[in-house]
Design a protein around this ligand. Structure first.
Ligand code: ADP
Ligand code: ASP
Ligand code: MG
Length: 421
């Protein structure tokens, strides 16, 4: 017997038929003798619609009321799934964030979970009642409903798994696992049997939107094994008996790996904008004068490059920010220029850039991975604008027009393409 969290995303609960299909997956686990807590997303498209309504109501809406609106989608699916499970004669009860409670901080719209008391859920699981929990939501210190940021039901699921000491957190979605790159862009992408937490964390934060980044962080900290798997598989054709390996991709501790691949996957992010400051006076304190006000203005700076000064007097500085922060970042820089805090000749910016990243734990012990990537891009005539590296990843900023070419070339370069029959 195992204790499981089963999370179902938007396409998996898109309509009543899909919710009935979810109920059959739950029924299979119950019949195999497992204790089950389910976390559901809103029906696909619902959250977008709710967000759209808030924007239409007012461009500058109160974040607390935004949360009151956008959390509604998950409430509907939790109730519907509980009704359908009850129809199958499975004891089930729905739970909203505040009822558990799932406590969060006060950052409405992008709240972080600060604590979950799993005791009441465990009581229900022990009498074999299925807990059907609305994902994406919690309750803030102001006693108001809060939401966890887009894609946040993944994080709800992992946090609950940690709180109830679950053996596994299964993330059911519309793909049958984590691929070496987005399978929608590269048809030759390969599904991986296993990925280490650290690699998944890099892949998710560098653009692989299959999991919310925070969910992987939590899974790593609490050592909760996650499985990404498809809700579109026939529920009854899967073996859920204790000891059976679930289909999909297992995300777990690196130690569980027999051998490591050099490169695990390629991710890309289109959510990038680049700002360049030319002929900035080259003196101590100049970087602080640029980046301190940006951080105070809540602008998330990612890649930074400062050129070596040719004349010892001026230099160029380029950095990237998420597209949503672009206008704010330009304003901060303009304000700093006007007040004389920074002196530079020209500020330019562009949103036509994309960040392509190569990820792999094997890079720790192998040299030359970056050089191979630069060479492959050069052969395709793709100009590299910025580079950043860490122990297990290389990120390269390029012109957005070359995204697909770059991702495919790097995917082939490291031997990640599916074997042809
Ligand atoms: P859900 O609604 O179930 O939460 P998401 O749309 O958030 O589903 O995540 C699943 C999608 O993630 C897939 O349809 C796929 O296009 C995309 N995706 C991006 N990168 C990857 C990857 N490396 N492996 C698998 N899927 C990926
Ligand atoms: N429904 C929310 C969203 O669309 C949360 C989720 O699906 O994970 O972002
Ligand atoms: Mg998702």
């Amino acid at each position: 017997m195992a204790r499981l969290v089963m999370k179902f995303g938007g396409t998996s609960v898109a309509d009543l038929d899909r919710i009935r299909n979810v109920a059959r997956h739950v029924q299979r686990e119950i019949n195999a003798g497992h204790q089950v807590a389910v976390v559901v997303s809103a029906m696909s498209g619902t959250t977008n619609e709710l967000v759209g309504w808030c924007r239409e109501a007012s461009a500058f809406h109160d974040a607390r009321e935004y949360d009151a609106v956008v959390a509604a989608g998950e409430q509907v699916t939790a109730g519907l799934l509980a009704i359908i499970l009850q129809n199958l004669e499975i004891d089930a009860r729905s739970w909203l964030g505040w009822q558990i409670p799932i406590l969060t901080d006060g950052a409405h719209g992008v709240a972080r979970i600060t604590g979950i008391d799993g005791a009441r859920l465990i009581e229900r699981l022990e009498i074999n009642q299925v807990a059907v929990i609305a994902g994406f939501q919690g309750i803030g210190p102001d006693n108001r409903i809060s939401t966890l940021g887009r894609g946040g039901s993944d994080t709800s699921a992992v946090a609950i798994a940690a709180a109830i000491n679950a053996d596994r957190c299964d993330i059911y979605t519309d793909v049958d696992g984590v691929y070496t790159t987005d399978p929608r862009m590269v048809p030759g992408a390969r599904r991986m049997a296993r990925v280490a937490f650290e690699e998944m964390l890099e892949m998710a934060s560098l653009g692989a939107k299959v999991l919310q980044v925070r969910s992987v962080e939590l899974a790593m900290v609490h050592n909760v094994p996650m499985v990404v798997r498809s809700s579109f598989d026939d529920p009854e054709a899967i073996d859920s008996s204790p000891g059976a390996t679930p289909p999909g991709t297992l995300i777990c501790d690196e130690e569980a790996f027999m051998e490591q691949q050099l490169v695990t996957g390629i991710a890309y992010s289109k959510d990038e904008a680049k700002i360049t400051l030319r002929r900035v006076a080259d003196r101590p304190g100049v970087a602080a004068a640029i980046f301190l006000p940006l951080s105070q203005g809540n602008v998330n700076v990612d890649m930074i490059v400062q050129n070596i000064s040719e004349d010892g007097k001026t230099t160029d500085i380029t950095f990237t920010v998420p597209q949503g922060d672009f206008a704010r970042a330009r304003k901060v820089i303009d304000d700093q220029r006007e007040s004389g805090e920074i002196s530079c000749e020209l500020v330019s910016g562009s949103e036509d850039v994309v960040k392509v990243s190569v990820i792999g734990i094997g890079m720790r012990s192998h040299a030359g991975v970056a050089a191979q990537a630069f060479n492959a891009l050069a052969e395709k005539g793709i100009n590299i604008q910025l580079i950043t590296t860490s122990e297990i990843k290389i990120s390269i900023l390029i012109d957005a027009a070359y995204t697909e070419l770059a991702v495919r070339s790097l995917h082939s370069l490291y031997g990640l393409d599916k074997k042809q029959d």
